[in-house]
Design a protein around this ligand. Structure first.
Ligand code: PMP
Length: 405
């Protein structure tokens, strides 16, 4: 069912040698590699169909426009939104969160209001809210972590006060791997009339997403973490929210009529897509979503869970290695620390063995503070990784111990 060799042959970069060794790419939570189908879609656009979109009557402009709007339909289907109007193309997760903070939340905040986030958020789901809070006199409240890397949901009833005007929470932690059970959070917030933004930057590539079933108000993700290009991402928002929101940026394409006295804005979602957008990014991202759909996200999920179980077992056997993030429900991410060895040394030596991992705080400094560590080494796996590669990673960790221990 899962022909790993065929799948790997779709990703030209996986054949790379690093210091004469076969590359083991295990930095997928930072960014994923791209299959030929994505690379070719962009080449095809530039070779055969490219022009600026929307404003042209000529053939190529209409072709580009059809591909760009077709990509919107692909995204809508991939996350099961009810309408294409609910899909806004943005630069990535970060821009999606900033857009909601500025255009949706900020005009609704008064001094003393609260924004509820969690202790495991990526900096891009912290700082936009902090900036908005600073400008309005609102404050941030935090759902705390538990030792195993889960959120302490028992605190939710106390935290969800009528002052809370929005909850923003990640679906899957990029530094711990924790999969959050967000449905009960959304339900509880909605019972109090509070909207919820879900950061789907990590979850999008690892599990089926159904925004209607989740009933979230906003869902954001980045193309580059799901095998698509960088510089493109998606803000899903319920239609009523988008209709009620002010534009985020002004410029071409987001207007109906402009005079110096008054500007009439375009319909949603165009109202939020000022200027010439990342045309090739949207088309490449749609090719990536088609690729993932072709493999089947459920199939991907179950294979990656097997990788996670095996890697967890292998790494746990290594003396002096402590896994940070041991929640019962995790995506294929294993963060760890090695006794007495700084993660930057771990990453550098592993690189010499051809193994690409990420070391640092992973843009989640509050998580590092919680565990009282400066950084971790993070192995993040994708469906194109193999059990054999996990053995190679374990060997590279042993090499680190040998050299530094
Ligand atoms: N949230 C999470 C959970 C992430 O992992 C990341 C990327 N590491 C982001 C947000 C930000 O994504 P981007 O840099 O693509 O905007």
């Amino acid at each position: 069912m899962f022909d790993i060799n065929r799948i790997r042959s779709d990703f030209p970069i996986l054949g790379t040698k690093v210091y004469g060794k076969s590359l083991v790419y295990a930095d997928n939570a930072a960014s994923t590699q791209k299959p030929s189908q994505v690379i070719d879609s962009i080449k095809d656009l530039y070779s055969n169909h490219y022009a600026n979109i929307h404003r042209g009557v000529h053939h190529l402009s209409q072709k580009s426009t059809a591909l760009y709007e077709g990509a919107r339909g692909t995204v809508k289907d991939f996350i099961n939104a009810s309408k294409v109007e609910e899909i806004v193309f943005v630069r990535g997760t970060t821009e999606g969160v900033n857009l909601v903070a500025s255009s949706y939340l900020e005009p609704r905040l008064d001094p003393g209001d609260e924004i509820l986030i969690s202790e495991m958020e990526h900096h891009s789901n912290i700082i936009p809210w902090q900036l908005t809070a600073e400008r309005t006199g609102a404050k941030l409240k935090i759902i705390p972590l538990l030792e195993n890397g889960e959120l302490d949901i028992s605190k939710l009833p106390d935290l969800l006060t009528p002052q809370v005007k929005l909850v923003a929470v990640t679906h899957m932690s990029n530094s711990l791997g924790t999969l959050n059970d967000i449905s009960p959070i959304i339900e509880r917030a909605h019972n109090m009339g509070i909207p919820v933004l879900v950061d789907g930057a990590q979850s999008i590539a690892h599990m089926p997403i159904d925004v209607q079933a989740l009933d979230c108000d906003f869902f954001v993700f980045s193309g580059h973490k799901i095998y698509g290009p960088t510089g493109i991402g998606v803000l899903y928002a319920k239609e009523d929210h988008l209709l009620s929101m002010k534009p985020y940026q002004g410029g071409g394409d987001m207007i109906m009529n402009v005079s110096f006295e008054k500007t009439e804005y375009n319909d949603i979602p165009y109202k939020f897509e000022a200027g010439t957008p990342n045309i090739e990014g949207t088309i490449g991202m749609a090719a990536a979503l088609d690729y993932v759909s072709g493999l089947g996200i459920e199939v991907i999920d179950s294979y990656e869970q097997e990788l996670l179980v095996y890697a967890t077992e292998r790494f746990s056997e290594i003396e002096g290695l402590q896994i940070i993030g041991t929640a019962p429900r995790k995506g294929s991410i294993i963060s760890f620390v090695l006794d007495g060895i700084h993660p930057h040394d771990v990453g550098t030596i592993m690189d010499m063995e051809g193994v690409a991992v990420r070391t640092g705080h992973h843009c989640t400094q509050p998580v590092m503070d919680y565990y009282n560590i400066p950084a971790t080494t993070r192995v993040s796996l994708s469906f194109y990784n193999t059990m054999g590669e996990i053995d190679e990673i374990a060997k590279a960790i042993s090499k680190v111990k040998e050299l530094m221990g």
